[in-house]
Every structure is written in structure tokens, then in C-alpha cells.
Design a protein around this ligand. Structure first.
Ligand SMILES: C[S@@+](CC[C@H](N)C(=O)[O-])C[C@H]1O[C@@H](n2cnc3c(N)ncnc32)[C@H](O)[C@@H]1O
Length: 259
């Protein structure tokens, strides 16, 4: 594939483009095992209320970027909702950006209207100024300056962050990492310069996690960097004790408009 300035990029056989340079990156990205666990959680419908809430925000978007999009479930659902509302033949397009090639590989397969790119958000978003209607940042690192640059005026930044009660019933027993309180406070600061009218909706649901789901929900996140698979599997077996555990999803979905 060649861009208008003559740069040539390899499209991997698995359908994604990598924009990482030979130097690589210092940031840690999701592994194949983490992506498999994340896909299993989504495929079981356990995060469906969050996926639906995010997708609804994209009803009138034509160009959607999922920054740190992981294996692509949110982008795929957003594209479906946007296509339903588009009423035009061309329909919406989606661009999934993630540092992990395993995520990009999965996201490339999730939706025919999604383009999947391996890129480091801290190296800048590989998009022109003011061309995007919606940037999604779902449980992902946020580059506020670059998000503001690529959004058109009136475009929206959709940010999903966990609230303190999110998965609270299972965090400690599954040896998962709690989210720092400071993270929530940071959003206001990130929005201050270039965004207006932030509206936050709280999405809450009770979900039943069996032993497999407990293992997957821990293994899809940062706990996988700090604990062995055996440690997480043992914790899941002890917590489920042959049954299942009810836990709360509890997240903020914040939508802010680009000035
Ligand atoms: C907690 S996961 C969330 C994934 C997805 N948004 C979801 O909720 O299913 C965070 C994602 O950010 C990606 N990531 C971490 N650092 C990144 C960076 N510097 N640039 C791009 N993606 C990054 C990881 O590979 C991972 O897929």
C-alpha cells in the first residue's frame, strides 16, 4: 500500500497495516493470550451494556477512530449503529488503532468497514487534521492533543473509564489491579483546552462470571502482565468454587465536543 506522499506500508496477511518503525516502542501492548481472553469476554456478551452505550454515541458519525481499540468490538458495534443511521450508500468508516499486532489482527476481522492499524498513540495519531467525527477511548491510553487535532470542530471524544465499583467484587480475589482514583480526575484536565460540554452517563449492570469468565476478565487486563496464568486460574477456581460470582460493571461514558 502506498500513501499520497509515496511512503510504502506493508499490509500484513492478516489484514492490518503496521506504522511502527524499526525502533519499536517502550510501551507494553496486549499479547495474543490477552486478546483471546478479551474476545471471549465480549463473545459471551458480558460487556454488552458498555458496548451498546458506546455504539449509541456514534449514530451520526461517518468517520470513527477507536484509539487503543483492542480487538475491535467497540468499533464494530459503533459502525453497525452508524450504518443503520447513515442513510447513504457510502456508509461510515472506522479506523482501529492499537499498539498490539494481535489486537490489530482481531480488529481487522471484526468488521468489513474497519481498517486496522498498528500504531503508538504517543507517537501521534496517523490521521489528517479535523477529519474525524468520533474518537473512542475505551479503557485505553488517551492522547488528548492528538485527539483534538484529528477531530473536526463539533466532533466528539467518547471516553470510557471504570468507576470505583467496577468489578469491585472480583478485583481483590482475582488479584487484578484497581484503577487509581487520579485517573478520573485527569479527564477534566485533558478536556480543558479543546473540548466543551462534557456529558457523563453512568453504565451499570450486574453480570454473572463463571470460572472461565473470571479467568478471562483478569487475563485480558494488566493483571496478565503481573501474574502468571496459573496464579489467575487458581484464583478463578477458588472464587467460583464450582459456581459463579455476580459482579458489577460500573463505568463512566463521557462525551465531549471538540470546540
Ligand atoms: C485495556 S485495553 C482496552 C482495549 C479496548 N478499547 C477494549 O476496551 O476492549 C488497552 C488497549 O490499549 C492498547 N495500548 C496500550 N498502549 C498503547 C499505545 N501507546 N498506543 C496504542 N495502543 C496502546 C493495548 O494494546 C490495549 O489493546
Amino acid at each position: 500500500m502506498e500513501c499520497t506522499e509515496g511512503h510504502v506500508f506493508d499490509v500484513a496477511r492478516q489484514g492490518y497495516v503496521s506504522l511502527l518503525t524499526g525502533k519499536g516502542t517502550v510501551h507494553r501492548s496486549d499479547t495474543a493470550a490477552m486478546v483471546a481472553s478479551r474476545n471471549a469476554i465480549f463473545d459471551a456478551g458480558l460487556y454488552a451494556p458498555i458496548v451498546a452505550a458506546v455504539a449509541q454515541t456514534c449514530a451520526s458519525s461517518k468517520v470513527i477512530v477507536d484509539a487503543g481499540g483492542g480487538p475491535g468490538q467497540y468499533l464494530a458495534a459503533a459502525l453497525d449503529v452508524a450504518a443503520e443511521h447513515s442513510g447513504t450508500e457510502s456508509g461510515p468508516i472506522g479506523i482501529g488503532l492499537d499498539l498490539s499486532k494481535y489486537c490489530a489482527r482481531s480488529a481487522a476481522k471484526r468488521h468489513p468497514r474497519a481498517v486496522s492499524v498498528v500504531a503508538d498513540l504517543w507517537a501521534g495519531l496517523p490521521l489528517q487534521d479535523g477529519v474525524v467525527d468520533t474518537v473512542l477511548s475505551v479503557f485505553a491510553p488517551r492522547n488528548a492533543a492528538e485527539t483534538a487535532r484529528v477531530l473536526r470542530p463539533g466532533g466528539q471524544w467518547v471516553i470510557v473509564t471504570p468507576r470505583p465499583a467496577h468489578l469491585a467484587e472480583i478485583l481483590a480475589p482475582m488479584r487484578m489491579l484497581a484503577v487509581g482514583e487520579a485517573k478520573a480526575a485527569r479527564i477534566g484536565h485533558e478536556l480543558a483546552a479543546d473540548f466543551t460540554s462534557p456529558q457523563t452517563t453512568v453504565v451499570r449492570a450486574e453480570v454473572e462470571f463463571d470460572e472461565t469468565a473470571l479467568l478471562n476478565v483478569a487475563a485480558m487486563g494488566p493483571a496478565a502482565f503481573h501474574r502468571t496464568h496459573e496464579e489467575l486460574a487458581a484464583a478463578a477456581a477458588a472464587l467460583a468454587a464450582g459456581g459463579s460470582v455476580r459482579a458489577r460493571l460500573d463505568v463512566n461514558v463521557t462525551v465531549a465536543q471538540r470546540i
